[in-house]
Write a protein that binds this ligand. Sequence first.
Ligand SMILES: Nc1nc2c(ncn2[C@@H]2O[C@H](COP(=O)(O)OP(=O)(O)OP(=O)(O)O)[C@@H](O)[C@H]2O)c(=O)[nH]1
Ligand SMILES: [Mg+2]
Length: 197
Amino acid sequence: MNIKQADFVKSAVFERDYPEELEHFEFAFVGRSNVGKSSLINSITNRNKLAKTSKTPGRTQLINYFLVNKEFYFVDLPGYGFAKVPKEMKREWGQTMERYLASPRHKLVFVLLDIRRVPSGEDLDMLEWLDHYGTPFKIIFTKMDKLSNNEKFKALKAIKTKVDFHNDDVFFHSSLNNNGKDEILNYVEACLNGEVE
Ligand SMILES: Nc1nc2c(ncn2[C@@H]2O[C@H](COP(=O)(O)OP(=O)(O)OP(=O)(O)O)[C@@H](O)[C@H]2O)c(=O)[nH]1
Ligand SMILES: [Mg+2]
């Protein structure tokens, strides 16, 4: 699919702040802090600075809604698992994210996992939670440019000791060279056309 337009709509904390629901469902990006959620949104929308990215984990603290092609939303969520913020703030971001996930909005969740890391307890909790509530989700492995093919093979083997999946059921992406972008966008399009789930 072609992304013709992508605009920031608003930031939200509570459900009452979310924008009007659109006919189609919305696509949310979750994952630990620094995994590359905001970078991925920029990569697949061809917009360098649409979502704010940062070398410092914890950049995205609110739910950010982006309207794409005037048709559907991409939703950038605060990351989890960032140790260097006060407990109180961590709890707030966590609640912001959980409220969104538990909301009755018609959503598909992309769970981002860093290809270089064995999934954390929080990653596993997230996957289990989505499974338990029957929320449709797909895994995207990020930062693929950081590993050689041989390293990728080893990394996947290690990750599979924790998470059960088939390679052709997940996505692989790099925000540096945009590899994997078309596969994700094709999937988004298939969802919009009602061809999956
Ligand atoms: N090499 C490489 N670096 C990446 C990639 N994706 C993200 N990064 C870098 O990783 C850092 C974090 O990226 P963000 O997109 O801000 O991560 P985030 O998940 O939105 O982080 P929070 O908002 O803190 O939850 C930045 O320095 C990015 O440039 C990638 O595919 N390849
Ligand atoms: Mg972010």
